[in-house]
Write a protein that binds this ligand. Structure first.
Ligand code: ADP
Ligand code: ZN
Ligand code: ZN
Length: 727
């Protein structure tokens, strides 16, 4: 018998299957094994078993060992691997690495075990312990009463010397038992037994009445989507099926975790980047062994090793974190769709602001549309007032807050409520510029301006993380008139501290959430009302449910509006709706102050009236006329390399071949090549080919083949479809 093995080395030439002989090992497809490879022993995965091989027998080496008790790649995941390989043009090994915890590979993480003590039934302990040996008798009774105790507990409660003595004489026996590390074990569990609203009930009924469908659940902020998800999961569990629930990393809040824990107990496994290595390994194993049947996690949890999946839920489906933007690139919803089809289950895409693409599919009947258009208990959506910041400047207010926002902040805090201030820019100020000569401080390795961070007293590059000294004088002309650009989170927090010297101001952005669990900590502090004001980037926009937040301030709503990106208006609409949706979720009404320099932009009109559908129609029309997704696919081929000439060469070569392909082909509505908007990142020159292609051109294989032809060790080339980020 031969095993076809893929070895765990990432290398273009090596991404193929090698034959090994099985010998008397007990193997099945999906097993992780070690094999001799050149002079080394490395890990690999059995893809297939076969009676035949094309290799000359004398060249075939035997598999060294099988590594786990169960195949780590299930039959479903084998198929998914083939699907992803074809669809996204990925290497086999890069896909397989997504399926198992990275720390498991190469044996970097071990099972955790503890010593467990019980009474040896083969020895008459009672008679062997002398009546005078009171301590021994105590230890013996301690174990007998409990049946089994951990050695550490026993030692802590009884005389360790006596315990040792009893073990030595064989009266007590010790064995190793495995312990699972459970993340967030200290989580308070609280589960409200709510009665579903009519809309929630309808949603649950509709979802459970369909099979093998994708359902778009459009539910306004605060309409109670989480409860609907949990009911649907319960139904799947009742049918002995499993469930996967995905949330954006950042909205995996203590609230969500604790509701899932209280409802589903130890059947829940959490997959989250904030877990320790051991926790992640153990949670993953609880899933593959079937001990846990509900996987809750961020994007990568879509690969949860569950069998018999009854339902997959993607909450906040519009969120950009569901697109993997580095190798291996994939779209979470497409993976979920594959798994849904494989198991004949349902896929739920939930959002208050569905992506234009998803809503379009719902309109075409490709997805079932289920709506929840009211908040729980008919609480009103918050009132949004738009402040024209140009008028503030006329009135002599150069500050970051309008008079209205300041006033409302004082009222809100004065009444003992909480406020959230949203600004989608971290650091203190966006750029540093010389007023005399126009010099702008830029990163030496990237084509971007530096951001001033006051706390660290440094200029930082947000692309590569490099730090530079702050400028007292202009390095170009010596002028001392250095101007700072738009405010960021740090500056807003500082300003709030001046306004409310006695209050704790929390700040949540990339800089304050570098440590494991730090974002959970900030949210917990805010939930416990130890702070009245939370300032943050879009991290604070998602999913959070704080009942006492009555005011939301959006400092600079235009921020995301003017990016040269076809999705910038959609993103702005989503952000405003999501952030605004944090206000007035409980008994108290909420209000939102939105500051903008372009108050007449249509996006604000729809955001204020909370009219998703009208916004969708307008936006969708525009996309149709201008031929943008969902009416076309954008394909971007990004070339990066140290040598400008090599990059330009590869770019031109590919462009010519693709042009030939596109010539006289009406399915290509746009094709061009150019330097990327950010031309240099980490000293890598970047250029791109952009094309927009009609859906009828469905296989991109020919384009991928051209890309492959130009890949070499001087340039890296990636093809991306509808990328989130065009910089
Ligand atoms: P969404 O995700 O749609 O924004 P959530 O799921 O966070 O909304 O629910 C908003 C709030 O309403 C939560 O505090 C939740 O506990 C509460 N809630 C949900 N369903 C009900 C119900 N049927 N009755 C009362 N309260 C509910
Ligand atoms: Zn200058
Ligand atoms: Zn840089």
């Amino acid at each position: 018998m031969y095993a076809k093995v893929i070895v765990d080395i990432s290398n273009n030439e090596l991404d193929r299957i090698f034959d090994y002989s099985v010998g008397d090992l007990d193997l099945e497809p999906g097993c992780r094994v070690t094999v001799p490879f050149g002079a080394r022993e490395i890990e690999g995965y059995v893809m297939e078993l076969s009676e035949n091989t094309d290799c000359p027998p004398e060249k075939i080496k035997p598999i060294s060992a099988r590594l786990d008790d169960y195949p780590v790649i299930t039959a479903e995941m084998m198929e998914l691997m083939r699907f992803m390989r074809k669809k996204y043009h990925l290497r086999i090994i890069d896909v397989l690495r997504l399926f198992i915890p990275s720390q498991m590979r190469g044996g970097k993480v071990k099972q955790l075990s503890r010593k467990s003590v019980s009474i040896n039934p083969d020895v008459c302990g009672e008679q062997l312990i002398k009546p005078s040996a009171v301590m021994q008798k105590n230890a013996y009774d301690y174990v007998r009463e409990r049946g089994e105790v951990s050695l550490s507990e026993l030692n802590a409660n009884c005389s360790a010397a006596s315990v040792r003595n009893l073990i030595m004489r064989g009266i007590l026996s010790v064995k190793d038992v495995e312990v699972m590390r459970t993340p967030y074990n200290d989580l308070s569990v609280s589960d409200m037994n709510v009665t579903l609203t009519a809309e929630q009930n309808n949603a649950v009924e509709r979802i459970s009445s369909v099979k093998n469908k994708t359902v778009l659940l459009h539910g306004v902020t605060g309409s109670g989507k989480t409860e609907v998800y949990m009911r649907c999961i319960s139904k799947a569990l009742e049918e002995q099926k499993s469930a996967i629930m995905l949330v954006p990393e950042i909205s995996l809040t203590p609230q969500v975790l604790s509701s899932f824990r209280s409802r589903f107990g130890s059947r829940v496994a959490i997959l989250h980047s904030g877990l320790s290595v051991g926790e992640r390994f153990d949670e993953w194993r609880r899933l593959i062994t079937g001990e846990a049947t509900v996987a809750v996690g961020a994007r990568s949890a879509v690969f949860a090793p569950l069998k018999n999946v009854g339902i997959i839920i993607i909450d906040e489906e519009h969120d950009s974190s569901y697109t993997s933007e580095s190798n291996p690139r994939y779209l979470t919803a497409e993976i979920a769709e594959f798994r849904k089809n494989y198991w004949g289950s349902n896929l739920i895409l939930g959002s208050a602001t569905p992506s234009i693409e998803s809503y379009y599919k719902a309109m075409k009947g490709e997805y079932e549309l289920v709506e929840m258009l009211n908040r729980i208990n008919k609480r009103p959506l918050p009132d949004i007032s738009v402040v024209n910041m140009c008028n503030e400047i006329y009135a002599g207010n150069n500050g970051v807050f309008s008079a209205k926002l300041e006033r409302e902040l004082y009222n809100c805090i004065g009444e003992g409520n909480q406020a959230m201030i949203f600004i989608n820019r971290r650091g203190y100020s966006s750029y540093v510029m010389c007023r005399a000569c126009g010099y702008v401080a830029k990163c030496e390795q990237c084509d971007v301006s530096l951001v001033y961070h006051k706390e660290e007293d440094a200029l930082k590059c947000h692309y590569c993380g490099n730090r530079y000294k702050t400028l007292a004088v202009c390095p170009n002309c010596g002028s001392e008139h250095i101007k700072r650009g738009y405010s960021g989170t740090e500056q807003i927090a500082e300003k709030l501290k001046e306004m409310f010297p006695n209050e704790v101001i929390l700040r949540m952005d990339n800089d304050t959430t570098q440590n494991k669990d730090s974002h959970l900590k900030i949210l917990r502090e805010f939930a416990q009302k130890r702070a009245k004001i939370l300032v943050g980037t879009q991290m604070i926009a998602k999913g959070h449910d704080f009942p006492d937040v009555t005011l939301v301030g959006i400092v600079d709503a235009d921020m995301s509006l003017h990016f040269a990106d076809y999705r910038s208006v959609e993103r702005t609409f989503q952000l405003i709706t999501q952030v605004a949706g944090r206000a007035g979720r409980n008994k108290k009404a909420g209000s939102v102050v939105l500051q903008t320099y372009s108050p007449n932009h249509y996006v604000y009109k729809y955001a204020i009236s909370g009219d998703y559908k009208r916004f969708y129609e307008k936006e969708c029309n525009l996309r149709e006329v201008t031929k943008f997704p969902p009416f076309t696919r954008i394909v971007r081929i990004l070339v990066a390399g140290e040598s400008e000439t090599e990059v330009a060469g590869a770019l031109k070569g590919m462009y010519e071949k693709i042009s030939a392909l596109a010539r006289d082909d009406k399915r290509f509505v746009f094709l061009n090549y150019m330097w990327a908007p950010v031309r240099l990142i980490k000293n890598m020159h970047r250029a791109q080919i952009l094309m927009r292609i009609l859906p009828e051109y469905d296989s991109l294989d020919e384009i991928y083949d051209i890309v492959d032809e130009y890949k070499n060790n001087k340039v890296s080339i990636f093809a991306e479809i509808n990328p989130n980020n065009l910089s």
